[in-house]
Design a protein around this ligand. Sequence first.
Ligand SMILES: Nc1nc2c(ncn2[C@@H]2O[C@H](COP(=O)(O)OP(=O)(O)OP(=O)(O)O)[C@@H](O)[C@H]2O)c(=O)[nH]1
Ligand SMILES: [Mg+2]
Length: 209
Amino acid sequence: MSAFYQQACFLQSASTTKTLPPEQGFEVAFSGRSNSGKSSTLNRLCQQKSLARTSKTPGRTQLINFFGLPDDKFLVDLPGYGYAKVPNKVKFEWQRFIESYLRDRMTLQGLVIVMDIRRPMLEYDINMLNWAEAHQLPVHIVLNKHDKLKHGQAKTALLRTRHQLKNYSNEFSVQMFSALKGSGVEELSNHLDKWLQPPEKYIGISSDK
Ligand SMILES: Nc1nc2c(ncn2[C@@H]2O[C@H](COP(=O)(O)OP(=O)(O)OP(=O)(O)O)[C@@H](O)[C@H]2O)c(=O)[nH]1
Ligand SMILES: [Mg+2]
């Protein structure tokens, strides 16, 4: 378990471009359908139960939330897409804000897309992947809720998703994960290390928890 991500602290929320923190260092954003477990994935990665707020009610995260790590590295929790109960006007505004964040943020190194392993690669996910490809933004897909499937079914979902990614031209990777059980957390932190480049002193250092 990486000691680096355990240092994460809530920094600030943003609801408009003007309220975004200054662009410095490197950051990675977590996106995905509402209720796929983005906030739970962040909490598991950072080994903190309530760093990002989680909920059974989809659409809980309505702001872009920034978490700071040592050495000017940041993790960013984006609002979930595909949440139907929000009025269209609000949805449109969010969408514009998130799109401008993803397009213009110079410090953004990559995008983690969290999907429910039982329903990966739905329409919104594919839209996001197409968008990332068009903007040459590297993507790492986390197939979360692995614990909900038998191992064979989960493996099939992984292979099928990997196969679908073959059509994309930019950097894409995929892994299984369970925010509930903690499986896959090391694979995720190793991947993020490539994007965020933590200070030397954290590389290979794990906590004993
Ligand atoms: N079984 C299981 N449930 C999970 C897992 N990860 C998240 N959940 C549950 O899924 C629900 C949604 O989790 P969140 O982390 O709030 O999801 P989110 O994607 O951040 O949701 P929004 O912020 O609303 O977009 C909660 O009830 C979590 O407890 C997992 O790995 N396994
Ligand atoms: Mg959330």
